[in-house]
Design a protein around this ligand. Sequence first.
Ligand SMILES: NC(=O)c1ccc[n+]([C@@H]2O[C@H](COP(=O)([O-])OP(=O)(O)OC[C@H]3O[C@@H](n4cnc5c(N)ncnc54)[C@H](OP(=O)(O)O)[C@@H]3O)[C@@H](O)[C@H]2O)c1
Length: 336
Amino acid sequence: MATNGSNTRVVLARRPEATATPDCFSVETLPLEPLDAGQIRVAVEYVSVDAGTRTMLRGEGFHAQVALGGVIHATGVGRVIETTDPAWPIGQAVRGRLGAQTIATVKASGLTRVDDSVGSLSLHLGPLAGSTGVTAWVGVRHIGKVVASDTFVVSGAAGAVGSMAGQIAKLDGARVIGIAGGPAKCAHLVEHLGFDAAIDYKNDDVRARLRELCPDGVTVFFDNVGVPILDDVLDNLAMGGRVVICGAVSQYDHMDRVEGPSLYLRLAERQATMAGFAYFHTPELIEPATAELTAWVRDGVVSLPETVLEGIERYPEALQFMFEGGNVGKLLVKAS
Ligand SMILES: NC(=O)c1ccc[n+]([C@@H]2O[C@H](COP(=O)([O-])OP(=O)(O)OC[C@H]3O[C@@H](n4cnc5c(N)ncnc54)[C@H](OP(=O)(O)O)[C@@H]3O)[C@@H](O)[C@H]2O)c1
């Protein structure tokens, strides 16, 4: 691939006060330096846009923070174009913390080889990625312990993790209800992903719809969003219900004053449990999860639509787009 001898990258220009608007970022193009021993150069094809990235920009979240003037942290996929390590030959398909840029110069320790026979490299940022497919698999199987008799509800249902979580719960035999923003996303969940029902939190009374759809209560809730939807589900929890805290995208604009559920006493009243997780705390599950997800993708058993913005300079726009609910399925920026 031709690099023109330069790398175009997106850097943090100022820390966002609330919403991460495009003016918080700047785009710069720098010449490529010769490689040092042990370095590998990767032409980035796709960059993952993740909700959690928002918590890396204000110097206050759980994740490693982006330095002012530093390249935005992002997982990417691409191919090796220059190498000092024969174990990483030119053309090798890789995934890693490549950053929001067109050319990444990294150490081998930051890279994973990926199987490019499955399909587009972008699959390794979606259904086959740690922060998407594996997260959903771990949350459904190991935290939610979903079984066929469950009534499974997932918020952020039309996004990347939510779409995968609902499909996996369905494969495990549960009745699956998704909560998402807008009629088009709700129709997509039922018509294309095989969910049993969907609730439009922007237009429906979520608490009332849950009562109608789940008269015996919600047995597993996979939460990507947080309050107020979390309170609506807690109010409809079945006896012995399990609440899986995967994330809380409604809170990421103000991580210094996260709002929790006011109805948490429903846990005591219903002998219920709430458990959080981050997929990387169970590294032993990544390989079995990836193997099963790969088989499902190859067989067409699960699918995850992609929303792709073209050009690395559109990364800031993409992040804002996600927090406005613009994406269906996995949100990606095509870097090159
Ligand atoms: N625990 C882990 O290991 C782990 C790993 C990766 C990700 N996560 C979490 O998984 C969740 C999903 O992440 P993702 O990267 O796959 O993003 P995503 O679901 O593809 O995109 C985020 C979606 O959230 C919805 N949303 C945004 N603001 C909202 C609000 N205020 N209230 C309700 N919904 C809102 C939007 O859809 P609508 O149109 O429906 O509003 C948007 O499309 C996040 O909470 C993330 O932190 C956890």
